[in-house]
Design a protein around this ligand. Structure first.
Ligand code: 6PG
Length: 239
């Protein structure tokens, strides 16, 4: 089921996302004693993370929350581009979350090693079954990428591995990413997309022809889960 939620502005988008996370966390913790979430990177989720750290500081049972990432840049954890660093500074350092509950992608390792390391981390946490996270947060680039699944890159073709290194020639850089296999096995996937610059691509992704090589965000179709598109009015202007 695809659920498109149009928020007035980025503040309302963060509020919608935070409320959704509160509900999903409560449900998962009540049902299974834990809540597993993969964070997205980039700039859009910052407002959400700041909100979670402040207004949701005492309402979410952070002790029972387990943090993963959908992707990471191949940089050390203290690098300005690190998705881990952004999440640590806006959220993780401000809530009662045990450090053992945080599983970061080790961008400081050579990409193939880092991907293998994270695949081992996922196996040790979820076992040998395909991981089914309670929630995977995603963003969408203005080129239609999501996580680090960029147009016309090798990672789009992966059908076996859970985590892969992915060379992004458009950025002349390596990235680490969960594959569509893991993303589509999540119980819930929530995109957060904001800004006028995303409007044209969002229309193509949601209403245009299916062309995932060019629009990797179209690969995201949870096989047995909910798909939420949280978008602000500017990004939704052409829908
Ligand atoms: C990353 C993200 C990436 C991001 C999009 C949107 O590592 O950059 O995981 O997929 O979500 O590029 O980024 P913005 O939110 O900055 O527009």
């Amino acid at each position: 089921m695809t659920d498109i939620r149009i928020a007035q502005d980025t503040t309302a988008l963060a509020e919608m996302a935070a409320e959704t996370i509160q509900t999903l966390a409560d449900d998962a913790i009540q049902a299974r004693g834990s809540f597993t979430i993969a964070l997205s990177g980039g700039s859009t989720p910052k407002a959400l993370f700041i909100l979670l750290a402040s207004q949701y500081h005492d309402t979410i049972d952070w002790n029972r929350v387990f943090i993963f990432w959908g992707d990471e840049r191949c940089v050390p954890p203290d690098h300005a581009d690190s998705n881990y660093r952004m999440a640590r500074e806006t959220l993780l350092d401000h809530v009662n979350l045990p450090t053992d509950n945080v599983f970061r992608l080790k961008g400081e390792l050579p990409p193939p090693e880092a991907a293998e390391d994270y695949e081992r981390v996922l196996h040790s946490f979820f076992g040998d079954e395909l991981p089914r996270l309670d929630l995977i947060l995603l963003g969408m680039g203005d080129d239609g990428h999501t996580a680090s699944l960029f147009p016309h890159t090798e990672a789009l073709k992966e059908t076996q591995r859970w985590v892969v290194p992915n060379y992004v020639s458009a950025k002349e850089t390596w990235r680490l990413t969960l594959t569509a296999l893991v993303i589509n096995n999540a119980a819930n996937v929530m995109f957060l997309v904001a800004g006028t610059e995303k409007a044209e691509r969002l229309k193509q992704v949601l209403q245009g022809a299916y062309q995932p090589e060019t629009l990797p965000s179209q690969l995201v179709k949870p096989t047995n889960g909910n798909l939420i598109w949280g978008v602000d009015q500017t990004a939704a202007a052409l829908l």
